[in-house]
Design a binder for this molecule. Structure first.
Ligand SMILES: [Zn+2]
Length: 60
């Protein structure tokens, strides 16, 4: 069963909710009890490309 992470727009708290089915109603924030929540996308992608090119030419 997938676990989705939600962010409450009312109090700004984050919480996780276990989904049994794909059609789940809006979760209620355990902090303030508001239904103004939005699902967060947990996508971890490590994309890092840093090009550091320093040319030091020592000419004599
Ligand atoms: Zn809340």
């Amino acid at each position: 069963m997938p676990i989705f992470e939600y962010n409450c727009t009312e109090c700004g708290g984050n919480f996780e909710k276990l989904h049994k089915t794909t059609a789940e109603p809006k979760p209620v924030c355990p902090g303030c009890g508001s239904t103004e929540t939005r699902k967060m996308l947990s996508a971890f992608s490590s994309v890092g490309s840093t090009t550091s090119g320093a040319g030091c030419y020592s000419g004599g």
